[in-house]
Design a protein around this ligand. Sequence first.
Ligand code: PSU
Ligand code: MN
Length: 309
Amino acid sequence: MKSLEKYLTVSPEVKEALANGKPVVALESTIISHGMPYPKNVETAMNVEKIICDNGAVPATIAVIGGRLRAGLTEEEITYLGKKGLAVTKASRRDLPVLAARGEDGATTVAATMIIAALAGIPVFATGGIGGVHRGAEVTMDISADLEELAETPVMVVCAGAKSILDLGLTLEYLETKGVSVLGYQTEELPAFFTRTSGFHVDYRVDTPNELARIYRAKQDLNLGGGLLVTNPIPEEYAMDPDYINRSIDEACEEAKRLGIKGKEITPYLLDKIQKITGGKSLEANIKLVYNNAALGAKVACELCGLES
Ligand code: PSU
Ligand code: MN
């Protein structure tokens, strides 16, 4: 498609895989530039790519570089985004046309990564956590564009649930309204990122990558539109103590409120603050759960390629 080529560049490795029906897993870049400090961010991003390869799929890290929507980055490009950190524009749906027209860089959120993955033809995307309905959203109206994207764009997002920096109950209500199935991988309970439990139920428990693939396929075949949310709990051995992490999150949320931090700054602020309050413990858990999601994403992508069409 000519108009797409004007904006989109798919790396040779990813292009080859897609053309030959091989599994590909999309990865976001806000987690690199705004979610973790350098150099851990780059180290983690490279390990995630390796885990995807080890599980039989091709990684496609997604970002906007020099105005081009990119699927599949080199190590140098990942390092560039990781070093530039917060100086890179955090790019969600609204930011894409401006960055593309101006030739600027952007680190893509879950929403923007889904858009570019869908344009490139990649159905599976693995990350850490998604954005959602923020605490106090009944007043601030702060609801992440990630949720709207899940409603509209046909990409399966594998995450570890959502952090309780969000209102998890309202996030689930929003997803229900938008018709997004929330699938718990080998669990009935919505995981809360650092912990395996949250007190909320998922819509369905799904026990195998094959069934996840079949649910995705059915959604496409039925033209239901939109994506799916797979919530994969952090492995037991890396899970944090719920009281400890929830106290740290509450403290971070109070500090953000006191400082009047709002809009797109709030999520990166809270992630950084929680890392500082926990003395880096939350960062270690964060890295481990991303690895776990990358492996599951690769397995689902493989299953999807194996399904009869
Ligand atoms: N939640 C996390 N880690 C993250 C993010 C969210 O636990 O890195 C990032 C993701 O890129 C997500 C974005 O798409 O923050 C959501 O930002 P906002 O709430 O401004 O939409
Ligand atoms: Mn927001």
